[in-house]
Design a protein around this ligand. Structure first.
Ligand code: UDX
Length: 425
């Protein structure tokens, strides 16, 4: 059992803290946001992440998981420190590492002797070397251990990883970190720092590329009257391609793909290179959101008074709206002067920035449907795929549905008198 500090109580930090405690380690999780720590101490998780609340609760009651708002307090009793601080995008698309730099500068003297500092945050390639210089402690070892946690599946992904990536100068530190996870059957990629950092960016960029690819194929399928799902199945069975991440939709969003693809493109530019594939994936993603806006607006007739939007989260299984295609699409339609009513089962609050006055966030699915001329499904919540088209149709002014996630039963909606518009099907 190790005494571990986890710095940062976001979806990565809290998942890491709870899962390491579940493995039997003694974990103290620290966040400078005192309100967040106060919520956690009272057993409240400040965001939606399935399976996390019970894991936090049972490890708090066992005493294997504690919280503090003082980083120094967490560090003074820990031999291993996981850094799970945010690295948001700067205006030029590169990753902002100032939260990490500030932490390392302020707290470098708080690290215990021979402490292992494990970077879980996604940091630019080469940043680890810079952080080692900032730490400037010869007795401490720095390790890169990027996370591959999907929001909405974070606990599952932590406990069932496809692989563990660990980069460091110190073989001993790599071995110590590897043993923490107690996952003997999982492949471990032991490598040096920059390779570990590159693996993270290359993984997310490739996944983004794969989604942009199927989104473009979906548009081509529409022109050719081909069902994209049959194409996705046909290519996905090739083990060199794989069937995951071949679902067309409104585009990819979230706190990682947009940020990581932009950072990787910026990094390539800094090396005098252009990543045409990743740049194309980013551009195709912007196009996909525009395509869905056009699908919705062109399905409105001249008398179109109201569009109902189902889904605001960037994907189902989370309440996260960061870089959500659903929000971007809803805003774009409202900015054309069309009245938009939007609902999401998990999203309770919307970004502070002023949304168009024609955009209304409502608390009920029925309110979205009532009076709408067109209904658009933008997030793949099960509540939406289970809707009864006949009941929905009775509430609407016109029976038009744009299914940007292809989750509705097309035949049932058409039999209920709807014009059904999907993505590639
Ligand atoms: C991602 C990576 O999967 C994870 O490994 C990394 O650590 C963090 O970033 P996440 O951002 O939570 O996780 O979401 P993910 O499930 O990967 O989906 C990303 C975006 O792609 C979402 O907008 C989703 O709707 C979209 N998507 C995903 C598709 O449009 N089609 C698909 O088939 C899969």
């Amino acid at each position: 059992m190790n005494s571990i500090a986890v710095i940062g109580a976001g979806f990565v930090g809290l998942t890491t803290a709870a899962c390491l405690a579940e493995l039997g380690h003694n974990v103290i999780c620290s966040d400078v946001n005192q309100d967040r720590i106060a919520q956690l101490i009272h057993g409240r998780i400040p965001f939606f992440e399935p399976d996390l609340a019970p894991l936090v609760a049972q490890n708090m009651s066992r005493g294997s998981l504690r919280f503090t708002s003082q980083n120094s307090h967490a560090l003074q009793e820990s031999s291993i420190v996981f850094i799970c601080l945010p690295t948001p995008s700067l205006p030029d698309g590169s990753a902002d590492t100032s939260y990490i730099e500030r932490f390392l500068t302020v707290n470098r003297s708080d690290f215990t002797e021979r402490c292992i500092i494990v970077m879980k945050s996604t940091v630019p390639i080469g940043a680890g070397n810079r952080f080692e210089a900032l730490i400037a402690r010869d007795d401490c070892n720095y390790v890169s251990n990027p996370e591959f946690l999907r929001e909405g599946r974070a606990v599952h992904d932590f406990q069932n990883p496809d692989r563990i990536v660990i980069g460091s100068r110190s073989r001993e530190a790599i071995s110590s970190v590897r043993n923490l996870f107690k996952l003997e059957s999982v492949p471990v990629v032991e490598t040096e720092l920059s390779s570990a950092e590159m693996i993270k960016y290359a993984s997310n960029s490739f996944l983004s590329l794969k989604i942009s690819f199927i989104n473009e194929i979906a548009l081509l399928c529409e022109k050719a009257q081909i069902n994209v799902h049959e194409v996705a199945r046909g290519i996905g069975l090739d083990t060199r391609i794989g069937s995951a991440f071949l679902m067309p939709g409104p585009g990819w969003g979230g706190s990682c793909f947009p940020k990581d693809t932009s950072e990787l493109v910026q990094y390539a530019h800094s090396k005098g290179l252009q990543l045409r594939t990743v740049e194309a994936a980013i551009e195709a993603n912007h196009d996909q959101k525009r395509n869905i806006v056009e699908k919705i607006v062109s399905s409105c007739d001249s008398s179109c008074a109201q569009v109902g939007i189902l889904g605001l989260a960037f994907k189902a299984g989370t309440d996260d709206i960061r870089e959500s295609p659903a929000i971007a699409i809803a805003e774009a339609i409202a900015n054309r002067g069309i009245s938009v009513f939007a609902f999401d089962p998990m999203v309770r609050r919307l970004p502070i920035r002023t949304l168009p006055t024609t955009f209304t966030h409502v608390e009920s699915l029925e309110r979205v449907c009532a009076g709408s001329d067109v209904l658009a499904v933008l997030t793949e919540w099960p509540d939406f795929s289970a809707l009864d088209p006949n009941q929905v149709g009775k509430l609407m002014s016109r029976r038009v549905v744009v299914d940007a996630r292809n989750i509705l039963q097309r035949r049932a909606w058409e039999e209920a008198g709807f014009t059904y518009i999907g993505v590639g099907n």
